[in-house]
Each structure stands twice: as structure tokens, then as C-alpha cells.
Design a binder for this molecule. Structure first.
Ligand code: PGA
Length: 306
């Protein structure tokens, strides 16, 4: 093992994370034979198989899994070390890895832009996906910080609310209930509904509220994204519930928000990370930045787009 190089470990970590030699070669800008050769040498040094191939798929063996976790630890520590050095030199630089739920799609670039202006040496890797997938990435320890909107069941996380995330009912402008005040929630019963995919936090919140008031809607269409849902509402598939943050005037032409009782569903965005994770200097700087600046960024965003 001691003969293995850091480079081999980096190659291994990339192949293990992407479960693909081809994609690892792309990410590392190496050829596939070079990647395979590095893995072969590392396997010989360690003396046990690290991967097994079943059909076309590559799986980590138990030893491979152990080495993967060890590599993540090594590279985390190295990047913290690099950042400490940068900090001694008065610089904040390095790569910030974030994974956030779909409803932050408008907000997060508006937060990252001023942050990157403050710290021009910072690179960002941003993954925007649904709640379930963000939680999976959290358990795999793939990123520095995560943004979710529901308190997770696992308790070994640090969780900090930083901004409200209300959910509202969106309908076509010419909907018969448009303009009515305090529409009884029971009226949703007769409506054709467009629902987010399973695994979406928005969907969970809607289902919980409807169940609480014994309302069952007719789900006519299930869609995997907020933008697609707005399009579907516009062409008459039905109504839906979306985060207010995704309801921007430029994407709302032909649509309106219905004033239904018990809406908006009041929720929050939370910054989350594993409780035992030591945040890099960069991650904790971004964490502080979000805590301090989010309200200003959100209200500027509303001003910009209204
Ligand atoms: P989703 O999460 O993208 O999983 O729906 C959004 C939210 O819960 O705000």
C-alpha cells in the first residue's frame, strides 16, 4: 500500500465515485488505458480486488468500499490543509461542492455570484436535484454542504434554517377560481393535479397537507421538474403546488397563484452537513455568507423579477 501514489488514489477515488472507467478518464483528462493501468497497479500493491465487474457494471468490493471512504477522508483533509494555507495567505480559494434541491434553482446562482466576486479564487461544483437525491449525496458524503427543505429523519446532521420556502397553488390565469379569496381546500378535490416525482420534498409536503384535510386530488400528470410543471399548467393539464421561489414573473405568463386556505405551506430551506464533518474554511465561509445574506439576496431577487 505504501508504494501507492496519491495520484493512484485520486484515480481510484474518481472511478469509485463515478463507477465508470470511461467517465473517470473524462473527468481526469486521462486516457482509459492509463486509468485502467493505475487501478491495476494499485490493486497489485494492495493485494486484494477493489472492483468487480458484473455485466457492464462496475461494483466496489468490500475492500474497495473501505478504500473509497479512506480516500474521501484523505482528500477532504488535503483540501482543508490547502485552504488553511490559503487562509494564512489571506486568500479563500479551492473548490466548493454543493448539492441543493430544485427549488433553489433561481436563488442559489444569485447567492453564488456575489460570493465568487468576494472570493475570485473559488470554483463551484453545484448539483441541483430533488430532496431524496440530495439526502443520498449527504449519506455518501459527496459534497461540502447540502440544502434541503425538510428535517431529515437521521439525527447525525447539523441543520440550520436560513430562508423561508413557502409552497403555493399555481393555476392557469383563466382558471374559474382565479381571483377568489380563501378558497376552501376541499375544492381542490375536483381539480386535475400535476404532481412532482416521488422523492421530491415539494410532493411530500403537498401529500401531507392534503392527507391532513382528507382531500384526494386526481393526479393527471407526474413531472420531474418545476419548469416542466409550469409549462404543463400553462397548456391546461391542471393545477399544481410549487415553491414561491420558482414562481418568477417571467415564467408565470398565463399563470396565477390561487388563494387556497392552508396555503402557502410554510417551510424552510436548511443548510445541512454530517454532524461529525469538519467543514473546510471555504465551506464554513459560504455557510456564514448564506446565513447573513440570504434575506437580502431573496428580496433583491423579488425586486429584480417583479
Ligand atoms: P424538491 O425539493 O426539489 O425535492 O421538491 C424542494 C423543496 O422541498 O423545496
Amino acid at each position: 500500500m505504501r508504494q501507492s501514489t496519491l495520484h493512484q488514489l485520486k484515480v481510484f477515488e474518481t472511478v469509485a465515485r463515478l463507477t465508470s472507467i470511461t467517465r473517470a478518464a473524462e473527468e481526469l483528462s486521462l486516457t482509459q488505458p492509463t486509468v485502467s493501468m493505475q487501478i491495476k497497479q494499485l490493486t497489485q500493491n494492495i493485494g486484494v480486488p477493489l472492483f468487480e465487474q458484473i455485466g457492464k457494471k462496475l461494483y466496489l468490493t468490500a475492500s474497495g468500499q473501505e478504500l473509497f471512504v479512506t480516500c474521501q477522508d484523505i482528500f477532504d483533509r488535503l483540501s482543508r490543509f490547502e485552504m488553511k494555507i490559503a487562509d494564512f495567505q489571506g486568500l479563500k480559494q479551492g473548490k466548493l461542492k454543493l448539492s441543493t434541491i430544485t427549488t433553489t434553482k433561481y436563488f442559489i446562482p444569485r447567492a453564488l455570484a456575489p460570493f465568487c466576486q468576494l472570493y475570485p479564487g473559488v470554483d463551484i461544483a453545484l448539483e441541483i436535484t430533488n430532496h431524496e437525491r440530495v439526502l443520498e449525496r449527504l449519506s455518501e458524503n459527496l459534497d461540502d454542504l447540502y440544502i434541503i427543505s425538510k428535517v431529515p429523519e437521521r439525527l447525525d446532521v447539523a441543520l440550520h434554517p436560513f430562508l423561508e420556502n413557502p409552497l403555493v397553488v399555481v393555476a392557469p390565469k383563466n382558471h374559474p377560481l382565479a381571483g377568489e379569496k380563501n378558497i376552501p381546500i376541499s375544492k381542490l378535490q375536483n381539480e386535475a393535479f400535476i404532481m412532482r416525482e416521488r422523492g421530491s420534498g415539494t410532493r411530500d409536503a403537498v401529500e401531507q397537507l392534503l392527507a391532513k384535510y382528507n382531500v384526494s386530488v386526481k393526479v393527471r400528470l407526474e413531472l420531474g421538474g418545476n419548469e416542466a410543471i409550469k409549462q404543463a399548467i400553462g397548456v391546461g393539464f391542471g393545477i399544481s403546488v410549487l415553491s414561491q421561489h420558482t414562481v418568477t414573473p417571467d415564467s408565470m405568463s398565463g399563470l396565477t397563484i390561487l388563494d387556497v386556505e392552508h396555503f402557502p405551506i410554510e417551510r424552510h430551506w436548511y443548510i445541512v452537513y454530517p454532524a461529525d464533518k469538519q467543514l473546510s474554511i471555504l465551506a464554513s465561509t459560504f455557510f456564514d455568507f448564506l446565513q447573513q445574506e440570504s434575506h437580502a439576496i431573496a428580496s433583491k431577487m423579488r425586486g429584480e423579477i417583479s
